[in-house]
Design a protein around this ligand. Structure first.
Ligand code: ASP
Length: 599
């Protein structure tokens, strides 16, 4: 990483950065920063002074004039100080090779304490990873002082500024859209904000800028982007934030190919700036193929272990557990995980894994000769066993895992096992690099069993591919695309409907009545009647993108002030109860009375 030391005008606090003192060897410098570490060595006091650019060692000598030594004795971790002193070469044996400034030290001749610090609740230097997240977040301003956090937040800045630079260079305009608005359906619950001026009315925070960016295309801006805050009130899922950031893009007079081409250049450029080389065009895979081969709409293509369909091999089998499922329209599928030796307990553990993924059970088997070593081997004929071995490409000793259920469920179970076991058994080749793949040809709709209606798989503004038959919504394919990076969904988008009649038909197919459509989306339908250009776009999850680049597991590690998994902020205490007066102002009465206002 290059030195983080932007141009600095000398002032009363400092005339250079810690990280740059080498340029001033033999001269006096003035520095400011935090006491990172303090060591007392028989009369000499050593302080590691930290600023944004790095760390430099200060040396306090007892023979220094004035009260410098006296102050040095009182310095503690995280005190803020300003010092003047001479940049001096260290003796060869005291050079610290781990520190970029490790060849020099500052012989201090004056020091001023700018601020004292309480003892921090956790060490900034030599941070222990077992410090709980609650404590870290409660004192996030201290947590952010740690080198890992400084690096992550700087990397995020580098990413977003590269996004802006590239898109600006391509003629995209950065346009802000409202935060207090009406619902934008992206499949989550809205966060609501009561209006004081219009009693009984609520704003919704945007789940995305989707409708506004489409309106901006109707307005003729043609190329828009925004690094946009989005809000989705979803149930707790690992590593989600109720407010998160998207790179949101929209373009006019384009088809899918144009959008994909622009985005491949964007991603290639961004990764290049981060030191990762990728080739364009990226690979593409149809949704059905992704589900069939990998059991996921975001397949990790860095490794094989593909799902094979065994339904035909087993049709008519005497083994009820499989035969019954097949007769009922279900599927039997399996994965060959290669030669593997597992204990009985480990094999039973796999069944538990499958159950966690929604399976009723899981069959494990090892190829042995022409047949199987497996509890169920005796229920299958020699012909079935050899067919299974062949379809799964099993060789002697290979472990096969097989599940039987409704086709979509089998895909989820085996797809889930594939990713879990890839992790557990380290199946991802170390040199696999970065795999980028577009998932295309998504179904427009999926059937919502619970509510007995169709749901949009992407969102209701996505255009169908080819014609649209309102009688058969389940048949429609969407002009939608997701970009998947090593099994993680980085972004997704679509070509939009720009014909108001087609938009109305799609609303209808989703069970939205004309009345409801005009109430919720009347403004969009009307805008589409005033000459809407063909348009389409995409949005990327900036938090996820930054986390992948930083190599951290959690998006919380690339967000300056994130929420905990339960949506709270231990630092500010949000969400919190509000006063009776605030509630009265917005005309809200709680079912459970609020706490009485404190005096
Ligand atoms: N608005 C979409 C989303 O938030 C992205 C898009 O279609 O451009 O996922």
């Amino acid at each position: 990483m290059t030195l983080d030391a932007p141009a600095l005008s000398p002032n009363k606090y400092r005339d250079t950065w810690n990280g740059q003192v080498i340029d001033r060897l033999g001269k006096e410098v003035k520095l400011s920063g935090w006491v990172h570490r303090r060591r007392d060595h028989g009369g000499l006091i050593f302080i590691d002074l930290r600023d944004r650019s790095g760390i430099v060692q200060l040396v306090f000598h007892p023979e220094e004039s004035g009260n410098t030594m006296e102050i040095a004795h009182k310095l503690r971790s995280e005190f803020v100080v300003s010092v003047t002193g001479k940049v001096t070469k260290r003796d060869a044996e005291t050079v610290n090779a781990e520190l970029p400034t490790g060849e020099v030290e500052i012989h201090v001749d004056a020091v001023e304490v700018l601020a004292e610090s309480q003892t921090p609740p956790f060490a900034i230097e030599g941070f222990q990873s077992e410090v709980g997240e609650e404590v870290r977040l409660r004192h996030r301003y201290l947590d952010l002082r740690r080198e890992q956090m400084q690096t992550a937040i700087k990397l995020r800045h580098k990413l977003t500024s590269a996004m802006r630079r590239f898109l600006d260079g391509e003629g995209f305009l950065e346009i802000e859209t409202p935060i207090l608005t009406n619902s934008t359906p992206e499949g989550a619950r809205d966060f609501l904000v009561p209006s004081r001026l219009q009693r009984n009315s609520f704003y919704a925070l945007p789940q995305s800028p989707q409708l506004f960016k489409q309106l901006l295309m109707v307005s003729g801006f043609e190329r828009y982007f925004q690094i946009a805050r989005c809000f989705r009130d979803e149930d707790l899922r690992a590593d989600r934030q109720p407010d998160f950031t998207q790179l949101d893009i929209e373009m006019s007079f384009v088809d899918s190919e144009d959008v994909l081409a622009l985005n491949e250049r964007l991603i290639q450029n961004l990764l290049n700036e981060m030191g990762i080389e990728v080739q364009v065009p990226f690979s593409r895979m149809g949704y059905d193929e992704a589900i069939g081969r990998f059991g996921s709409d975001k397949p990790d293509l860095r490794y094989g272990f593909e799902i094979k369909d065994l339904t035909e091999v087993l049709r008519g089998t005497g083994f009820k557990a499989f035969g019954g499922v097949i007769e009922g329209g279900g599927a039997v599928r399996g994965i060959n995980f290669g030669r593997r030796e597992l204990s009985r307990a480990q094999l039973d553990g796999l069944i538990d894994d499958a159950k966690e993924l929604g399976a009723k059970g899981l069959v494990w088997a090892f190829r042995e000769g022409d047949g199987w070593r497996a509890p169920i081997a005796k229920f299958l004929s020699a012909e079935e066993l050899s067919g299974l071995n062949e379809t799964l490409g099993a060789e002697e000793g290979d472990l096969m895992l097989v599940a039987a259920d409704a086709p979509a469920k089998v895909a989820t179970i085996l797809g889930g096992l594939r990713t879990r076991l890839a992790d557990r058994w380290e199946l991802i080749p170390e040199d696999a690099g970065t795999n980028l793949c577009w998932i295309v040809d998504w179904p427009m709709f999926e059937w919502n069993e619970d509510e007995d209606r169709w749901d949009a798989l992407h969102h209701p503004f996505t255009a169908p591919k080819g014609g649209f038959d309102p009688e058969n919504p389940g048949e429609a394919t969407a002009q939608a695309y997701d970009l998947v990076w090593n099994g993680v969904e980085l972004g997704g988008g679509s070509i939009r409907i720009h014909d108001p009649k087609l938009q109305s038909q799609v609303f209808k197919a989703l069970g939205i009545t004309d009345e409801e459509a005009s109430e919720r989306f009347g403004f969009l339908l009307e805008a589409l009647t005033f000459g809407a250009p063909p348009h389409g776009g995409i949005a990327y999850g900036v938090d996820r993108f930054a986390a992948l680049l930083a190599g951290v597991d959690s998006i919380r590690d690339v967000i300056a002030f994130p929420k905990t998994a339960s949506g709270g902020d231990p630092l500010t205490g949000a969400p919190s109860e509000v006063s009776e007066i605030q509630l009265r102002d917005v005309g809200i009465q709680l079912r459970k009375p609020p706490k009485p206002a404190s005096a």
